[in-house]
Design a protein around this ligand. Structure first.
Ligand code: SF4
Length: 361
């Protein structure tokens, strides 16, 4: 497979970026104190929730010296409701360190910023780039997700080597682009376009080269190694044919694997070992499918389909449904030869290939 063109990724990303897509009061601010304050408040906090706190802190303590001089109890009171109180304690410790050890000025380098309590690699990179124009790229959950999906990269993100690997990718993507713009762009992109649960792939400016999209693996990436026990799933496909030998298919719309591919009616069950009678008793059995009208014709041997972190056992159950009456609107009744026209999951094409040899499908 060709290497990913990371500089191109960086150019497309920053070409997409517009500051007003996601306006925030600290955006574009180069004052290290306010940048730092906003980053600490936003750790583990949504923007909408953090915003009033940011405004309250800036009003109460306009400079780092004001914050450093404030009584602990007063600062904790301002923080009340935000949770993760160790952040507030570190906030005070860091403000006092800046005043006492750095003469009231924030360190201007990534390494220097890392010496402040509560400032980790991500926050240090954000402050160094936004306030001091340092050429360092941020790496957080958003960035892991975007890079892993764009490159179709299953390297686990929560191991030491995995983090190093993704750091080298984001550094390659940053290249010579000003880091403040690149970092802001990738953060906004992760919040607005390549989101965890509802990525906007159809309108995504990176879609034409996104490998996860091309390989239908968007919802599988990124991969977590430590927690990464493979999920076991059991799929029972109902291969229904009418008197004329036509099949029933529909398009998968769920936010799940194989989205927008076509498939036979599917029941997902807790086990693969289910006879037709047990299948029909499942809650998932479709209301529109009258069990009494079906004639069971047999089932396939099990298929195993391995994805990056899912293992799917699949069985195809063949039924003749002579009447094939009223169908839900999104179901299609099609001829055998027409199946080729539809995009199908690989496991279904494997089944069709194998069954063509043994059955007259
Ligand atoms: S195409 Fe989809 S998965 Fe790929 S980068 Fe864009 S939003 Fe993310």
């Amino acid at each position: 497979m060709d290497k990913v063109d990371w500089p191109l990724f960086g150019r497309k990303l920053t070409g997409w970026y517009r500051p007003d897509r996601r306006p925030m009061p600290w955006k574009g601010d180069r004052n290290p104190y306010r940048v730092w304050l906003s980053e600490i408040i936003l750790q583990q906090t949504r923007v909408a929730q953090g915003l009033p706190y940011f405004e309250r802190f800036v009003a109460a303590y306009p400079t780092v010296a004001d914050l450093a001089a404030a009584p602990d109890a007063e600062v904790m009171k301002h923080w009340e409701g935000l949770g993760y109180y160790s952040r507030a304690r570190n906030l005070l410790k860091a403000a006092r360190k800046v005043v006492e050890q750095y003469d009231g000025r924030f360190p201007a380098t990534y390494e220097g910023l890392l010496t402040l309590p509560g400032v980790g690699p991500y926050t240090a990179a954000a402050i160094a780039s936004f306030a001091f124009d340092r050429q360092v790229a941020v790496l957080d959950g958003n960035v892991f997700r975007i890079l892993a999906r764009y490159a179709g990269d299953p390297t686990p993100i929560d191991t030491g080597p995995g983090k190093k690997h993704f750091q080298s990718l984001v550094d390659a993507a940053l290249g010579d682009t000003p880091a403040a713009t690149f970092n802001q762009a990738i953060m906004d992109f992760g919040a607005l376009v390549c989101t965890p649960k509802a990525p906007q792939c159809p309108s995504c400016p990176l879609a034409d080269r996104c490998r996860a999209l091309a390989q239908d693996r968007v919802y599988e990436l990124p991969v977590k190694g430590k927690s990464g026990k493979r999920r076991e799933r059991f799929f029972h496909y109902l291969v229904l044919t009418d008197e004329a030998g036509r099949f029933l298919i529909h398009r998968r719309e769920e936010r799940d694997i194989w989205r927008q591919l076509y498939q036979f009616p599917l029941l997902e069950a807790p086990t693969l070992d289910l006879r037709p009678a047990a299948l029909m008793e499942l809650d998932e059995w479709p209301d529109w499918l009258p069990a009494a009208e079906l004639h069971y014709e047999g089932r396939s041997t099990p298929f195993l389909h391995q994805l990056t972190h899912q293992r799917i056992g699949v069985i195809f159950h063949r039924f003749r449904w002579s009447t094939m009456g009223q169908l839900p609107a999104h179901y299609l009744r099609i001829e055998r030869w027409e199946l080729e026209r539809y995009a199908l999951p690989r496991v279904i094409t494997r089944y069709l290939e194998e069954s063509r040899l043994t059955l007259d499908l």
